[in-house]
Design a protein around this ligand. Sequence first.
Ligand SMILES: Cc1cc2nc3c(=O)[nH]c(=O)nc-3n(C[C@H](O)[C@H](O)[C@H](O)COP(=O)(O)OP(=O)(O)OC[C@H]3O[C@@H](n4cnc5c(N)ncnc54)[C@H](O)[C@@H]3O)c2cc1C
Length: 460
Amino acid sequence: MSDFDVDLFVVGGGSGGVRAARIAAQHGARVMLAEEYRLGGTCVIRGCVPKKLLVYASRFRGEFEDAVGYGWTLAQPSFDWPTLIVNKDKEIARLEAAYTSTLQKSRVEIVKSRATLADTHTVALGDGRRVRAAYILIATGGAPGYGDQIPGIEHAISSNEAFDLPQLPRRVLIQGGGYIAVEFAGIFSGLGAQVTLVYRGENILRGFDDDVRQHVRADMEKHGIKVITGCKVAAIERDATHLSVRLTGGNQVPADCVMFAVGRQPHVADLGLQAAGIAIAKNGGIAVDEYSRTNVASVYAVGDVTNRVNLTPVAIREGHAFADSVFGGKPTVVDHTNVPTAVFSDPEVGAVGLTEAQARAHCAQTDVYKAMFKPLKATLSGRDTTVLLKLVVDGNSDRVVGCHMVGEGAAEMAQLAAVAIKMRATKADFDATMALHPTTAEELVTMRTKSASYARAAAE
Ligand SMILES: Cc1cc2nc3c(=O)[nH]c(=O)nc-3n(C[C@H](O)[C@H](O)[C@H](O)COP(=O)(O)OP(=O)(O)OC[C@H]3O[C@@H](n4cnc5c(N)ncnc54)[C@H](O)[C@@H]3O)c2cc1C
């Protein structure tokens, strides 16, 4: 490898790139990493972490309301957006510094620059430097898209800007039905804004179990979020004081902030992929094999830029597996099945495995177990909410193939349910597990009666 300046050049210092760089360096590789914005990437700077902090902030409203039924008398709480943003920024800066120091301790050379591929072994930096690398890892993540070019789209923000608004908008219109749109609807609404969510499809949270989708929508509406489906933004106009949003169908909605969360695109533009002859897959991401290797032997890609499963833990696993495979002598393939996932909406969603619809398409026999109940906490608080727990079982093997939950703690429950599902636990294993009382999760091991059972229709 001595013909090269480094053994590995990593383009992008987010979840996947940072992990790959650190592990490759620990395996003895000389590693350089370029980051054009801030180390830590989307997750740390303008994704999972700041979002969860905003979610926590938004949930205090409900806690204050709930407290009254438990005997608390509270002074009228008030909320200050700039304080939240300053405190959030401090935490993000702390995390960014921690990422920097971890990489430095691992002897990874960090370059604060945009990097592009000049050929299959050469990376060009912003200052004109060219670095020759035995291997190049592309870990450039994704970027928010805005969908169709509509009049006035320049007035809309994406989730990137939502984290840094100077003030909490009074009226927010969000276009999108995915987890980012739904989470921000909960954040803005919980903090006191009037929120309208507009989505072109039939129902929000496409890809999640249908019962979950209906349950979340109904609860969001109960909590005052206006959800309009089958429709999208046609135009945005600005006057001196506010924005006016015209929807397809003609409705006009006034707003102080319009946010688009209509899907993220793999960050592949102007990266020099053509110069290096790197192929793009049908999903718009960089095409890779199970070892994250592109069609060019010296170039690999991990994380959102490959558009496989766009979540932080997946990008981290892929980065780690790449480093172990190429520099650790331990070829490792990442299993992309049964990845647990959450929506930190109000109410929260946690899910792992097949939805009922997917199971019915895959399994000869599908059994469904469901529980819907008022959580104990809501009895004294009087909060109008219900929990949904659902197990999807392969009726022939008795294996639990899906677990879907809506309600407080759903994400935490999904992480543990994922262990059981990964271990191929059966419904009998769930039933044999002693309940932990009084919890919400205990219902997962006490559901005895099938709510539905389906045999797959014979193929024609
Ligand atoms: C609002 C939001 C909320 C999210 N919430 C969650 C969540 O709750 N849980 C979860 O698991 N996932 C969540 N995600 C997704 C998660 O953030 C991504 O899956 C993850 O960050 C992907 O990691 P990555 O390494 O592929 O890319 P990224 O983390 O995006 O890192 C890519 C890095 O490359 C840099 N870069 C790009 N091009 C270049 C270049 N040419 N030269 C140098 N640097 C470059 C970018 O600046 C960026 O820092 C969320 C995303 C968003 C937007």
